[in-house]
Design a protein around this ligand. Structure first.
Ligand SMILES: Cc1ncc(COP(=O)(O)O)c(C=O)c1O
Length: 415
């Protein structure tokens, strides 16, 4: 949430939402082309998720997870572990993406302390990375706009070149040299696999993460895959980091952070998956060796049940295969936009499309946003980068409206 003085664009009230559409009290409506900040995978109020939530509300609304457990949190942990082939067999719960980042960072640092290497307590992130805006997460977020105002509170991390800059080999060399010199003080490298989303939809090849993972393993440095934005099928596989595994299915990261789409955009939930050896390092009667991170709503049964219903939809609708087909259609529909004279850098990863606009002076993002709303579309560029992260449920007419409306909005914003 940004709280700033954009008086030119009043807040837009939303009274209800169904499928891909947001409905305002005055009868106007907007096709949600960015899945409400990448959360609403199956559109709004999907009947399967709503039914599961109603049932759960009648059964168990909430119980604290300290000393208690419940069926939805156990079932969800087992389902997610199975999706990693058991490689990341343990799950820790919170409510938002930034908290998942904090948990993964703390868990990595504490793991090394419990393992007799307390000096390994610093972190590496990539140029242009975004991992959330709480104070710990800002330390590994390299977006000046979000970080600079709070810099005196933030500890800072080592920012290395991103493979998304076009020089993946150079980024790997830089990581290799840095690890060789500094691995004794580094706990973990945190990355957004395949796409640095909030940093401008900057994409890189899956092979980079495979190499980076191998380098980190050689130097006893954890890899945290922040899949808060790119998980849940967004880049084509359920976890984006699956694309970086070797032929034997090895090379999983040490941690995966999930949030946003995991509940289909209905309730806040985040999860940090970790490897069994990391879990084992905390198993001890001493409280100080235990992992210390409590949230009141940790593992909330309603949110877990929404996540289970979301995973059911992936199975029942064969979502990954269906998305592959739809993505080809949408890429074709975007061809006129990609060929627009003001557009460069058209790119796609699974269900994410992005392009850069040469827009001259002024705030292109706000101008485009306003023109898109006038055409019944919710699209919010990141600076001059226009992107699409639609829900996985658009029909033919909606697909057409999104592609053609965006082109018309671009012409209007540039006029
Ligand atoms: C990659 C990534 N990590 C972390 C976050 C933070 O998630 P939240 O907004 O739920 O705190 C985001 C949010 O956009 C994100 O894209």
């Amino acid at each position: 949430m940004q709280w700033h003085a954009d008086r030119s664009l009043p807040l837009l009230a939303v009274a209800r939402a169904r499928g891909a559409w947001l409905h305002a009290p005055d009868g106007s409506r907007y096709l949600d082309g960015i899945s409400s900040w990448w959360t609403n995978l199956f559109g709004h109020s999907h009947p399967d998720i709503v039914a599961a939530l109603r049932d759960q509300l009648d059964t168990l609304d909430h119980v604290m997870l300290a000393g208690f457990t419940h069926e939805p949190v156990v079932a969800l942990s087992e389902r997610l572990s199975a999706l990693t082939g058991g490689h990341l067999g343990h799950a820790f719960y919170a409510s938002d993406g930034a908290s998942a980042t904090e948990i993964a960072l703390k868990m990595s640092l504490h793991y090394w302390r419990n393992s007799g290497q307390p000096g390994k307590n610093e972190f590496i992130c990539l140029a242009g990375s975004y991992h959330g805006e709480t104070v710990g997460a800002l330390a590994v977020t390299d977006v000046a706009l979000f970080r600079d105002a709070y810099a005196p509170m933030v500890r800072g991390a080592h920012v290395l070149p991103s493979p998304a800059g076009g020089d993946a080999a150079g980024a790997l060399d830089a990581l290799s040299a840095f690890l060789a010199a500094n691995h004794g003080r580094i706990a973990a490298l945190i990355v957004e696999p395949r796409v640095q989303c909030a940093g401008g939809m900057a994409m890189h090849d899956a092979a980079w993460l495979r190499e980076a993972r191998a380098l980190c393993a050689r130097h006893d440095v954890h890899v945290i895959a922040d899949e808060i934005a790119v998980g849940c099928g967004r880049t084509g596989s359920f976890f984006a980091c699956e694309q970086s595994l070797d032929a034997a299915g090895e090379g999983w990261p040490d941690f995966i952070c999930l949030s946003k789409g995991i509940t289909g955009g209905t309730l806040p939930l985040s999860i940090v998956l970790s490897r069994p050896d990391i879990f084992d390092a905390f198993l001890d009667d001493s409280m100080a060796r235990g992992f210390l991170h409590s949230h009141s709503y940790t593992g909330n049964p309603l949110a877990c049940r929404a996540a289970l219903a979301t995973l059911d939809l992936f199975d029942r609708l064969d979502v990954l295969a269906r998305n592959r087909v739809w993505a080809r259609t949408f890429t074709d529909a975007l061809a006129p936009l990609a060929a627009h004279p003001a557009v460069s850098g058209f790119r796609q990863a699974g269900m994410i499309w992005a392009l850069d606009v040469e827009a001259g002076a002024g705030d292109f993002s706000r101008r485009f946003h306003r023109e898109a709303l006038a055409r019944e579309l919710l699209l919010r560029p990141l600076g001059n980068t226009l992107y699409f992260m639609p829900p996985y449920v658009l029909d033919e007419d909606e697909t057409d409206l999104l592609a053609r409306g965006a082109l018309a909005a671009l012409d209007a914003a540039l006029a």
